[in-house]
Design a protein around this ligand. Structure first.
Ligand code: SME
Length: 162
């Protein structure tokens, strides 16, 4: 595995196109889920500099905090609560341009202004979510959803092969 990421400048599509193959190469060589999720958070944080990048994993019918980069965060989220619990319940990507306008948003950090959450699926069940927070409003759109979904597919394949 490469010891250093090559960080790309340019628009966000170019940044995703550079970082995703590098993440794929890291994940393909390692079967351990937590190790892979930890490196994915680090790679995304290094490339994009977002406020918070992390995973919550479904354990005993709750989302429990997994690997992340950024300020400390709430450890458990119930199904249907906050953006993460809603993405889990609805099994769909949620983009929140302004967290103050999302009913029930869980404010782990007062600096968070916008957010995107993507479910991780196995056998048609949500087993976790990727949550990304920005300290800027309107940070996430369909471009992020498209490329982050590619990343989620890499994770889903890795889980199913482990
Ligand atoms: N804001 C999330 C909670 C997790 S933190 O942002 C890290 C939510 O509403 O589900």
């Amino acid at each position: 595995m490469a010891e250093e990421l090559i960080l790309q400048q340019g628009d966000k599509a170019e940044q995703y196109q550079s970082i995703i193959p590098q993440i794929k190469a890291i994940v393909e060589g390692e079967p351990d889920l937590i190790a892979n999720l930890a490196n994915i958070c680090a790679a995304l944080k290094q490339q994009f500099g977002w406020l918070w990048v992390g995973f919550y994993l479904v354990k005993q019918n709750e989302l429990v905090l997994g690997p992340f980069q950024g300020p400390i965060a709430c450890t458990r989220i119930a199904k249907g609560r906050g953006v993460c619990g809603t993405a889990w319940q609805q099994q769909q990507v949620i983009i929140v341009p302004d967290v103050e306008l999302f009913p029930g948003h869980i404010a782990c950090s007062s600096a968070s202004k916008s957010e995107i959450v993507l479910p991780i699926m196995q056998n048609k069940e949500c087993v976790g979510v990727l949550d990304i927070d920005s300290d800027e409003l309107n940070q996430f759109d369909e471009v992020d959803a498209k490329y982050l979904q590619q990343l989620i597919s890499i994770i889903e394949t890795s889980i199913s092969h482990s």
